[in-house]
Design a protein around this ligand. Structure first.
Ligand SMILES: O=C(O)C(=O)C[C@]1(C(=O)O)C=C[C@@H](O)C=C1
Length: 308
């Protein structure tokens, strides 16, 4: 954990944000009419904006009534419907200085997602989060978005406050892995109030799984949570094993004698010894059995492909 503070998860609908794995949120809805132009993916006047993942649906109020995870009000009049149909209310970057609306949103009884205003410092951002926590029941999540989310700031704010942090990557889904590596507790991938296209969700879930398995500290307390954590580690392992097999196959083509005939046990011993430094609990003898199987699988694949 990157913070000495005790971190508490905040439940948002069926998701737990800030404890356990990072989450992917596909449906952030804004009821503001200016939201289309201000979404990270949307250029002002872009005729195709409505069909993009970051678009505002034609009837945002109908989308809200259908139920969404995160909803941002335009005015205080939207708050009762948000309380009824959304899992959390968003204090959006464009109106963090509208204190009466911030106060009303924070007091709604839902978890509050506090988005950083583009020019706000970390202190201002965390000050607003603390204000919202005080006006509400304390369930506050930080959120960084915009065209160029500041991931260093997310990392610092999360560590300084102990609050969970979301990163809105709907403007650039390619930032998903970097956001998880920076410690994000969740990725917001869709801002249309509808489920985002599968391709974007796959990119985000891949980042949460693979980068999360490598870099995110987890202390699962139940059997299902522990098995899910193992599944994420196995997904990362499978990705790396496939990549390793490809590289080992290339080595076979580059060596004067490839395949089992060109096996180099000295090199294999060095590989295992280096790995044992990173995996001291497993140690050389256990790793040697594992790596023997991995290396032989790679050699079999290479020979099969070369038609030997
Ligand atoms: O480095 C090599 O020479 C390889 O062929 C690659 C590799 C491996 O998979 O790491 C495979 C077989 C050798 O015995 C040693 C290592």
């Amino acid at each position: 954990m990157s913070s000495a503070l005790e971190r508490h998860g905040v439940a948002v609908g069926g998701l737990l944000v800030g404890a356990g794995p990072a989450v992917v949120i596909g449906d952030r809805l804004s009821l503001r009419t200016d939201a289309r132009a201000s979404r990270p993916g949307a250029a002002p006047g872009d005729p195709h904006a409505a069909s993009r993942p970051g678009a505002v649906p034609a009837d945002p109020h109908a989308a809200l009534r259908a139920g969404v995870t995160l909803a941002e009000p335009a005015t205080a009049a939207d708050l009762p419907a948000i309380a009824e149909h959304a899992a959390a209310v968003v204090v959006g970057a464009s109106w963090t200085r509208d204190i009466p609306l911030v106060r009303a949103a924070a007091g709604l009884g839902l978890p509050v997602v506090v988005e950083r205003r583009a020019t706000a410092s970390m202190e201002e951002w965390l000050g607003l989060a603390a204000y919202c926590a005080g006006e509400g029941d304390g369930r506050v999540i930080l959120c960084e978005g915009g065209r160029r989310p500041d991931l260093a700031l997310v990392r610092a704010a999360r560590a300084a406050s102990g609050r969970p942090a979301l990163v809105d990557v709907s403007g650039d889904i390619g930032l998903s892995a970097a956001a998880v590596a920076a410690g994000a507790d969740g990725l917001i991938i869709g801002t249309g109030g509808e489920t985002s296209p599968g391709a974007e969700r796959r990119v985000a879930e891949e980042a949460v799984t693979v980068v999360g398995a490598l870099l995110r500290d987890e202390t699962p307390g139940t059997l299902p949570e522990c098995r899910q954590a193992i599944d994420r580690v196995d997904a990362a392992l499978a990705t790396l094993l496939e990549r390793r097999a490809e590289l080992a196959g290339t080595v076979q083509r580059l060596k004067p004698v490839g395949g089992f005939a060109g096996r180099d046990l000295g090199r294999e011993h060095d590989v295992v010894a280096r790995m044992a430094v990173r995996a001291p609990a497993l140690g050389e003898s256990r790793l040697s059995a594992i790596m023997n199987a991995v290396i032989e699988a790679g050699l079999h694949l290479a020979e099969e492909r070369s038609g030997r």
